[in-house]
Write a protein of this length. Structure first.
Lengths: 113, 115
């Protein structure tokens, strides 16, 4: 059974700092991996989607990497801003294109001005 | 595009009552998902539909839960009878099925409290 773990559960950093959020999964037979952002009281917004054949994806100040063999993904946020404060969730898509996602518990990030 | 629309946004109900949550997926999307989020268990997939057909309902916790998708633009998740442990945020999400996979879009959730 696929399990997704995110460490740390919470993180507080000063504005401007570069940071890395970690995600690990137990079964390397995945179809894709996505990073989402969730603001309090809101739904989830997809940030980056990495197909199993890809190593990384970039969008603006965000970079996500994928290492299937080790069952790890990282989300790198450059030059963090207070507006980046949110919960970041990692989700793994199983081995076929079903759209099903298995989520980690998330990392709650606070960026202090 | 209006995004995935869910209703009600908030509901407080008494134990034993029937609860119906509604979802309108993004127009053109042909895959719809119902997730539940709690502090203890995080986000869990309850059921998903492809082309209005239920594909996997293994996440539905009990027979008290049922979901339907009568057409491509509407789905319901029903809990009957409701219990306090059903209190959670219920998210609906949709996407367009493509060979290479595609981003999934979430609604803003229905916040359910059963007292």
């Amino acid at each position: 059974k696929q399990e997704v773990t995110q460490i740390p559960a919470a993180l507080s950093v000063p504005e401007g700092e570069n940071l890395v959020l970690n995600c690990s999964f137990t079964d390397s037979a995945i179809y894709n991996l996505q990073w989402f952002r969730q603001d309090p009281g809101k739904g989830l917004t997809s940030l980056l989607l990495i197909q199993s054949s890809q190593r990384e994806q970039t969008s603006g100040r965000l970079n996500a990497s994928l290492d299937k063999s080790s069952g790890r993904s990282t989300l790198y946020i450059a030059a963090s801003q207070p507006g980046d404060s949110a919960t970041y969730l990692c989700a793994v898509g199983p081995s076929s294109n079903t759209g099903k996602l298995i989520f980690g518990q998330g990392t709650t990030l606070q960026v202090k001005p | 595009d209006a995004g995935v629309i869910q209703s009600p946004r908030h509901e407080v109900t008494e134990m034993g009552q029937e609860v119906t949550l509604r979802c309108k997926p993004i127009s053109g999307h042909n895959s719809l998902f119902w997730y539940r989020q709690t502090m203890m268990r995080g986000l869990e997939l309850l059921i998903y539909f492809n082309n209005n057909v239920p594909i996997d309902d293994s996440g539905m916790p009990e027979d008290r839960f049922s979901a339907k998708m009568p057409n491509a633009s509407f789905s319901t998740l029903k809990i009957q009878p409701s219990e306090p442990r059903d209190s959670a945020v219920y998210f609906c999400a949709s996407r367009y099925i493509q060979v290479t996979g595609n981003t999934i879009y979430f609604g803003e959730g229905s916040w359910l409290t059963v007292v």
